[in-house]
Structure formats: C-alpha cells, structure tokens
Design a protein. Sequence first.
Length: 280
Amino acid sequence: MARILGAICTSHIPAIGAAIARGAQHDPYWQPFFDGYPPVRTWLERTKPDVVIVVYNDHGLNFFLDKLPTFAIGAAAEYRNADEGWGLPTLPPFPGDPSFSWHVIESVVADEFDITTCQEMLVDHAFTVPISLLWPDPAVRSFKTLPVCINTVQHPLPTPARCYKLGQALGRAIESYPQDIGVVIVGTGGLSHQLDGKRAGFINKEFDLMCLDKIVNDPGALTSLSIRDLVRSAGTQGVELITWLTARGALGGKTANLHSHYHIPVSNTAAGLLLLEDAA
Ligand code: DHB
Ligand code: FE
C-alpha cells in the first residue's frame, strides 16, 4: 500500500524563483532565507518520494475569475508551466501519475468532496517555486506530481476547517492506494502577506509564529478561524495558509516537527517552512 512519508509547508513567492534563476542564493538578502532549506532537502534525499502532492493556489494562470473551482485535482500525464508575467523562466513539464490521480479523485469524491478534475492543467509559481526550492537540481526530480489546487482568489473561499478535512480525505486516499509507493504532501503559500490595498506590505509575525506552532501541535485551533479572521490577522493573501492546513490534514493527529524556519520579509511576504512526519 502507499505510505505518507511526511508533509512540507512552504511559501511560494515568485521573487524566490527569480533569485534561483540568477543564482542569487548567497546574496545577503537571500542567504538567510535559503539557509532554511538544506535540512528538508537532506530528508527528501533519504525518503525519496515516488509521488509529490502539491497543494497550492493558482493565481490566474490556469483558472480565472470567470470559472474558478473551489478545489481542483490534476488527472494529467504532465503539467505544463507557463509565463505569468513575473519574468521567471518557464520550467519543463512536470510528470503526473494518472493512475494515482484517478484513485485520489475517486476516493475524495466518495468522501463527499465534489472536486473539479483537470485532465489539462497549467501550474503556476505556487507549484514550481517550491519544487525548485526543495529539489534545486532538476536531474534528481525523479518523482511524479499531483497538483491539488484551492481557490484563494475569488470569494467565497473554502473555510480552514473544510481544507483541513480535505487534507484528511487526501490522507485516506493515499493510504488506500494499492501500489507500494511513498508520497510526500507539500502545502504552498503564506505566511502573512498582503499585496494590495491600504495594508499592502502587512506582515504579522506574532500570528505567523502562532500558526507555525498550531499547524504542528494543534491544527484544530486554526480550523476554528474563519476566512475573515485569516484576512484580518494574516492579510488578504495570508489566506494561503489554508493550503498548509490541507497538507497537515493528510497526516495523523500527532506529528513530529523535524524542521522549521521563518524569515521576514521575502518580497512582501513572511516566508515560513515546516517539515512534519506522522508521530504515530
Ligand atoms: C508575493 C507573494 C505571493 O504569495 C504571490 O503569490 C505573489 C507575490 C510577494 O510577496 O511578492
Ligand atoms: Fe501566492
């Protein structure tokens, strides 16, 4: 049977992709941010996932305001990246695993999550930047991918509680897949940031550090928050925290925090990182 090896939560800021593209990882601005990642890369080299589920939010590349599913899951043989206007190099397609995708889709729909299935799906910086951060060398990206996309753009957004339950459903889907594969689930987005309006540049360190603790030890404390609470405390784009709650939901009740990192700011955002394993 398939096994959940662990969960990783990370920010996905486009400027990180630009820094990688121009080799700026050791610049004084960037070094303290990139210093967070080697322990997670070492863990990934050891655990070698066969499939990586990326729970992220699209920013207008694949879905736009005219049609915006609350939850969408990829069911394609490959996922292409495309220019979003951030000046990032377009990365080569990421291989999918249609057999695993359809199993996950059947399982979560049976679990009453009526998601949108995507047999074609462009993936944006929220998918590509975390992969570039976690596996800097494209030659070692031997895993297949499964994009799980959550609406954080067009209100109403799914509640933190609903996203946590989706994560639990994803966990059941993984563990009922008959093939003996290792799966890592990555949640990308956050932490606090607001890109527009009067509070542009808003960061809330106290709230972020509380979230880093609660994601590990007491996710239930975050599932009682509303989207309005998240916007108030984390900024309009800080709602991306729901992707972290989804990834966390796939693990059991008790988790071990193997590594965490927090650095402010990266561009307009508080950058956070967590590596979690099931403690059961
Ligand atoms: C930034 C952060 C994001 O999450 C994003 O999707 C785009 C830009 C930023 O801080 O620049
Ligand atoms: Fe974003």
